[in-house]
Design a protein. Sequence first.
Length: 202
Amino acid sequence: MKSILAATALLLTAPLLSAPALAQARPAPARAAPVDPAARQVAAALVAQIGIKAQLQRQMNANIAQMKSGAVIRSMLAGQPGFIPAYQANKAKFDAAMAKAGTIQAGIAQKVVDQNIDAVIADATNAYARSFTLAELNGLLAFYRSPLGVALQNKQPGVAVQIAQSSATRIGQKIDVAVKANEAKLREALAPLNSTPPPAAK
């Protein structure tokens, strides 16, 4: 049980520690090219028209809701040795503890999102301004404001769901079946990992 509690603490702090650690490991990015003010202004209107902030908020809200339910912590702990039998032996206690911890985790995440989402939108605006000419930005904005552009924005999420469902059915499920059909080959490839290493020479 102590090992499970220790693993829980590490897993809860890992998302908070990973970003600075990665930042230290990566080389400093090259200085970004300056953004033309006129291009930034149109890009900001385009980002607003496309609704990038609302899209990000929906994604973040869904992730935070999963955290709050305790599902994220449960998923992370599922691979820890001894967790499954301990959970099954005292499900109510574990569910209550994970929901409480998940609420704390979700609150932390929500605060980070609220503090930084506008900076992400500013970065998105600059990315559009650097990636497209002013004429292209004006053309994109005109398109997304047109009836056809509005129809695309309204219908694209439903199309994306259908594509995801098709991918899961036609590819994902078939990959699972194919992997199971080749379990013997996989076990053979992993067999050396199960062998006992020879004793070290004295």
